[in-house]
Design a protein around this ligand. Structure first.
Ligand code: GDP
Ligand code: MG
Length: 163
């Protein structure tokens, strides 16, 4: 089965922008997804010759005010539980948000490989963009630009090694 990479993060961090960059066919065939819940936004990507599935959890963003069960809608948590590797996007322009800490705390508990990724980092110095995100406790942040493509190929190759 193809490895499943799930994109997680609060609204507006760039999940759908990254999803669109990664996927050639916008929606993978349901037949390609044995064992996976069918009602999510799946696409198929390829790193060199290696295919993978990518899940955009953007349709399942939280509606309520606080608490992890609200921050992470149930659908997003199910997607996380079905994934081989998680890409957790944060916003390098807006900086660390309280929701980021709640999501990080949840993701750490899943025990799955998580890549902390600072998006919108085009034109920014790595040290400046990454520093505040260390406190999320998910290791070295990677910096990318989903919009421009900077760092995206390297990120996916690394993610697939952990999948
Ligand atoms: P989502 O809610 O997490 O799916 O976020 P979207 O993909 O819809 O993006 C939210 C906004 O951020 C849009 O206006 C995007 O154009 C913008 N955006 C996404 N990626 C980047 C990036 O790498 N750099 C910049 N500057 N803006 C970005
Ligand atoms: Mg979206």
């Amino acid at each position: 089965m193809k490895p499943v990479i799930t994109l997680v993060g609060r609204p507006n961090v760039g999940k759908s922008t990254l999803f669109n960059r990664l996927t050639r066919s916008r929606d993978a065939l349901v037949a390609d997804l044995p064992g996976l819940t069918r009602d999510r936004h799946y696409g198929e990507g390829r790193a060199g010759s290696r295919p993978y599935l990518v899940v955009d959890t953007g349709g399942f963003e939280p509606v309520a005010k606080e608490g992890i069960l609200y921050e992470m809608a149930r659908q997003t948590r199910q997607a996380v539980e079905e994934s081989d590797v998680i890409i957790f996007l944060v916003d390098g322009r807006l900086g660390l948000a309280p929701q980021d800490a709640a999501i990080a705390s949840y993701l750490r508990k899943t025990g799955r490989p998580v890549f902390l990724v600072v998006n919108k980092a085009e034109g920014m110095r790595y040290g400046a963009v990454a520093a505040e995100f260390y406190e999320l406790g998910l290791g070295d942040p990677r910096a990318i630009s989903s919009a421009h493509g900077d760092g995206v190929t390297e990120l996916i190759e690394e993610a697939l090694e952990k999948a």
